[in-house]
Ligand binder design. Structure first.
Ligand SMILES: [Zn+2]
Length: 271
């Protein structure tokens, strides 16, 4: 079994503040440890389930050279490989090669979620909100859509309760959830102790991966697919000018369309 763990930082145990996830802030060192502990627990769960190839992608843009590079290297659980430096949603090599399942670790909810701790979609500064085929979506739908384009299901989400609920609402109740905290507002939460989160994550990952019959189907949106992003302000559309397949349809609206969600995302985000 080959699995990919797409990891972010905002959904880590006991993380509730931007200062814990931004590289220039004093609490970043603490956030890195908490993040690494959650990811390690997921790796242990995957190993216990017999996964032979475990690929962990650090997907958190912490700022500067710390972007997509926040995991604490000398704490990392052995038995997996770790991918650093790729922007969120860019590293698809294992999906292309053939992969059994994707898991999202330390996930946060979409922008505008009232109980979503540190909620945002892709960028808290540049993106206001995003839609696929007219439906509001967050990062779990984007990741599941990319994986689905390669026939890979998103089978588990860890993070706050809002992130778990969001993934299940879009993909289906078969998505396994390991909620490590419950937001009361964007920066306030009731959290499990990290050791309890780790046990929850490890056990949920192990159970999920040993029961492939319980997995949801790969997420495939109805074609033609449309990703629409409302940027936070008109200047933010500038990066998208001239991109093939991408249109600027309003003062701060960017639209990408296609028949395959990987193409829709790739032409919008990478090329
Ligand atoms: Zn992040």
């Amino acid at each position: 079994m080959r699995v990919v763990l797409l990891c972010d930082m905002e959904g880590s145990s006991c993380v509730t503040q931007w200062d814990q996830v931004n590289s220039d802030a004093a609490q970043y060192a603490e956030g890195r440890r908490l993040y690494t502990q959650d990811v390690n627990a997921a790796v242990r769960g995957a190993k216990r389930a017999g996964a032979k190839e475990i690929i962990v992608v650090d997907g958190h843009g912490a700022g500067g050279a710390w972007s997509f590079n926040s995991l604490v290297k000398d704490m990392l659980e052995p038995g997996a490989e770790y991918v650093f430096g790729h922007r969120w949603g860019c590293y698809v090599e294992p999906l292309k090669a053939g992969c059994d399942a994707m898991l999202m670790i330390a996930t946060h909810a979409m922008a505008g979620t009232s109980d979503g701790i540190l909620c945002h979609t892709i960028s808290s500064q540049s993106w206001h909100e995003a839609f696929i085929n007219g439906r509001p979506i967050g990062e779990s739908a984007l990741a599941a859509g990319v994986a689905g384009a390669f026939d890979v299901p998103l089978v588990l989400v860890s993070g706050d309760e809002a992130a778990c609920r969001e993934a299940r609402a879009i993909i289906g109740p078969q998505v396994a959830a390991a909620p490590v905290k419950r937001g009361t507002m964007r920066y306030t939460a009731r959290c499990l102790a990290p050791a309890d989160s780790a046990a929850l994550i490890e056990n949920t990952v192990c159970q999920t991966l040993t029961n492939p019959h319980s997995w949801p189907k790969p997420l495939v949106f109805e074609a033609p697919m449309e990703l629409r992003v409302e940027m936070s302000s008109p200047d933010k559309t500038r990066d998208f000018i001239g991109k093939p397949g991408v249109e600027i349809t309003g003062p701060r609206t960017v639209v990408s369309r296609g028949e395959n969600f990987w193409r829709v995302w790739d032409q919008f985000w990478h090329q």
